[in-house]
Design a protein. Structure first.
Ligand code: E4P
Length: 218
C-alpha cells in the first residue's frame, strides 16, 4: 500500500520525505486555510519536495471554472493531481481531464455508487472518507472493502482506492487489510505507525547490554 500524507504543512512533508516514507501528498481547501499560506505557492513547494502525485483541489462549483482552475494547477508541476468533488460538474471535469492525460482524484466519496462513477470518469484515485463516515456511526472501513471488491471485478480499471479521512494507525492497518491501494494519512498518525512499547523496551535492553561489553563497532 502506498502512503500519502494529508497535509499542506511543508515542514511535516519534508520530515516524512527525509525518512523515505512518502509516495504522495493530498491537500484540501481546509488544510490550505490551516497553513495560512498562498495555495499556489504551497502546491509548488510540495511538488518540489515529493516526486509522487500531489493532490490540489479545485474550488469552483461549475465545470467551466473547474477546468480553468485545473489548468492553473496543472501548470505548477507535472506531478499535480487535480482533486475534484464528487458532483456532476466534478465528474464531468474528471472525465475531461482524465481524457487529456491528467491524474484526477475524486474526493468526498461516501458510497460505492459514487466510487463507480469516479472510475467510469477515468479517475486516477477515488477518495472514500473513512473517518467522516465513522463520525456519523456508519462503518467507513466497510466502504473501502466494498469499493475494492467492486473494482476487482473489472481488472482493466485503472482507478486506485485511496483511503482518506484516516484518523489513526488502526485505520491504516485496516485499509491495508481491505486492499486499499493508498492511504492518505495525517503526519501524526503516520509517525504513530512506528510505535510499539516492546520495541522501546527491547532497544533499551540492547543498549544497556551493549554498553556492558565496552565495545564499539566504529
Ligand atoms: C483527503 O484527501 C482529505 O483531504 C482528507 O483525508 C479529509 O480528512 P478529514 O476528514 O480528517 O478532514
Amino acid at each position: 500500500m502506498k502512503f500519502f500524507v494529508d497535509t499542506a504543512d511543508v515542514t511535516e512533508i519534508k520530515e516524512l520525505e527525509d525518512v523515505g516514507l512518502l509516495d504522495g501528498v493530498t491537500t484540501n481547501p481546509s488544510l490550505i486555510a490551516k497553513s495560512g499560506r498562498p495555495f499556489l505557492d504551497v502546491v509548488a513547494e510540495i511538488c518540489d519536495i515529493v516526486e509522487g502525485p500531489v493532490s490540489a483541489e479545485v474550488t469552483a462549483p461549475d465545470f467551466e471554472t473547474m477546468m480553468k482552475e485545473a489548468a492553473v494547477l496543472r501548470n505548477i508541476a507535472d506531478n499535480v493531481a487535480i482533486k475534484v468533488p464528487m458532483t456532476r460538474d466534478g465528474i464531468k471535469t474528471c472525465k475531461h481531464l482524465s481524457d487529456d492525460g491528467c491524474q484526477v482524484n475524486v474526493t468526498l466519496v461516501f458510497s460505492a455508487a459514487q466510487a463507480l462513477l469516479a472510475a467510469k470518469a477515468g479517475a486516477a484515485f477515488v477518495s472514500p472518507f473513512i473517518g467522516r463516515l465513522d463520525d456519523i456511526a456508519q462503518d467507513g472501513m466497510s466502504l473501502i472493502e466494498d469499493i475494492v471488491e467492486i473494482y476487482a471485478n473489472y481488472p482493466d480499471l485503472q482507478t486506485e482506492v485511496l483511503a482518506a479521512s484516516i484518523r489513526g494507525p488502526l485505520h491504516v492497518v485496516q485499509a491495508a487489510q481491505a486492499g486499499a491501494d493508498v492511504s492518505t494519512v495525517p503526519a501524526k498518525a503516520l509517525w504513530q505507525l512506528f510505535n510499539h512499547p516492546l520495541t522501546d523496551k527491547g532497544l533499551a535492553a540492547f543498549e544497556a547490554d551493549w554498553a556492558k561489553t565496552g565495545q564499539s563497532i566504529l
